[in-house]
Design a protein around this ligand. Structure first.
Ligand SMILES: C[S@@+](CC[C@H](N)C(=O)[O-])C[C@H]1O[C@@H](n2cnc3c(N)ncnc32)[C@H](O)[C@@H]1O
Length: 363
């Protein structure tokens, strides 16, 4: 465990909170100034150019300066070196907490305890009894609970799939997810109090919705880009071998940087999709690949040759989006309407391009 809070860490934290806070509510600035992030992140991992990971521990040179800077920090890796938990970028945490608009007396459910740092900020502001935080990883929950206690906070923490919420302490007047979802889980709506505010990363954006009636909510995306770890679920391998054997068709939407340019709308239109790129020995892009869990796979070569297999023609979706979005769209031009039977994201105005969010239920 990291040593106690010292004059140095307290001074760095005060400066960090002052730099983060000017645009936001005073209460959150005070919480960031008070809660020692280093107690929750005694070790983080940085990735070198060769993609190997290096642990940075409390006491290492630069450790405290990095902790009290606006950086997302990887805190857990699986056996393959894939990050499985992190302490999110503080400015984004602050923006999400601000959007949550939690006031004294609000009860909050958090999906994704992770290090416990966000649960500590919530407890600082709203009181331990009003905070329920859950993570799918029991080791993280136990470690976070211990660190929370060391920092003087005792919110309710537990293990489970956040997509099921935690009905035992519902209803919640505020719900926040800190892992990326494909749609709002039905449990969030079921366990929300009337008028509740829900803030959750969906695809590469953050949705802020208000519950209007039981099972119904409306909202919009915050302007800020967000790249959260996806809610943990089984992954599917791409069908590149099968794609190689189909006859190619031509596309006018050459791969180039189209997947970057369409990053957010693609994350809404093809929830949970994965992508990759191939490059030649000089580093020039030669092709991109796209796949989804139902086995659909597409490859697009810079020559314009496209190969698609599986139930959905994924490159057709890219072409449709490229026809709508000639430039990177602003996230806050996307609105959301939620009913018990469907969750619709629409662009610009009702009647404009729209996509249905799927996959909100617990698996
Ligand atoms: C970005 S981290 C959360 C950061 C955390 N709020 C903090 O302050 O450190 C995302 C977390 O979501 C958790 N997670 C992933 N899938 C989940 C699920 N289905 N239910 C609950 N937690 C999940 C991961 O284990 C990970 O700890």
């Amino acid at each position: 465990m990291t040593g106690l809070d010292t004059r140095v860490s307290a001074a760095l934290r005060q400066r960090f909170a002052a730099e983060l806070a000017p645009r936001f509510d005073r209460g959150w600035a005070d919480a960031f100034a008070a809660v020692p992030r280093h107690l929750f992140v005694p070790r983080f991992y940085t990735q070198a150019d060769d993609r190997s990971w290096r642990a940075v521990n409390c006491g290492d040179p630069g450790y405290l300066e990095t902790i009290y800077s606006n950086q997302a920090l990887t805190t857990q890796l699986d056996e393959q070196g894939i990050p499985t938990s992190s302490s999110s970028e503080p400015a984004l945490m602050l923006e999400m907490l601000d959007a949550l608009d939690a006031q004294e007396g609000d009860t909050v459910f958090e999906l994704g305890t992770g290090t416990g740092y966000n649960a500590a900020l919530l407890s600082h502001r709203l009181g331990d009894d009003n905070v329920t935080s859950l993570d799918v990883d029991p080791f993280l929950v136990e470690t976070a609970a211990h660190r929370l206690e060391t920092a003087g906070y005792r919110p309710f923490t537990t293990t489970g799939d956040g997509a099921r919420g935690w009905s035992q302490r519902a209803p919640y007047s505020r719900i926040i997810a800190t892992a990326a979802l494909r749609a709002l889980p039905a449990a969030f709506l079921d366990q929300a109090a009337p008028g509740a505010v829900i803030v959750a990363p969906i695809g590469y954006g953050v949705l802020r919705a208000t519950v209007t009636d039981p099972g119904h909510a409306t909202g919009w995306f915050l302007p800020t880009p967000a790249h959260f770890m996806p809610r943990r679920a089984p992954t599917t391998a791409p069908a590149f071998d099968a794609a190689r054997s189909v006859k190619p068709t031509d596309t006018k939407v050459a791969p180039g940087n189209v997947l970057d340019h369409l990053r957010f709308p693609l994350s809404i239109a093809l929830p949970g999709h994965s992508s990759c790129s191939w490059r030649d020995d000089d580093g020039a892009l030669t092709a991109v690949g796209l796949w989804t869990e139902d086995g659909s796979t597409a490859t697009a070569h810079v020559s314009g040759a496209v190969r698609q297999v599986g139930p959905r023609r994924l490159w057709d979706v890219v072409e449709d989006l490229a026809a709508i979005f000639h430039a990177v769209p602003r996230r806050n031009e996307f609105r959301v309407t939620i009913t018990p039977s469907r969750q619709t994201v629409w662009y610009n105005a009702p009647g404009g391009p729209a996509w249905e969010l799927l996959g909100g239920g617990a698996s």
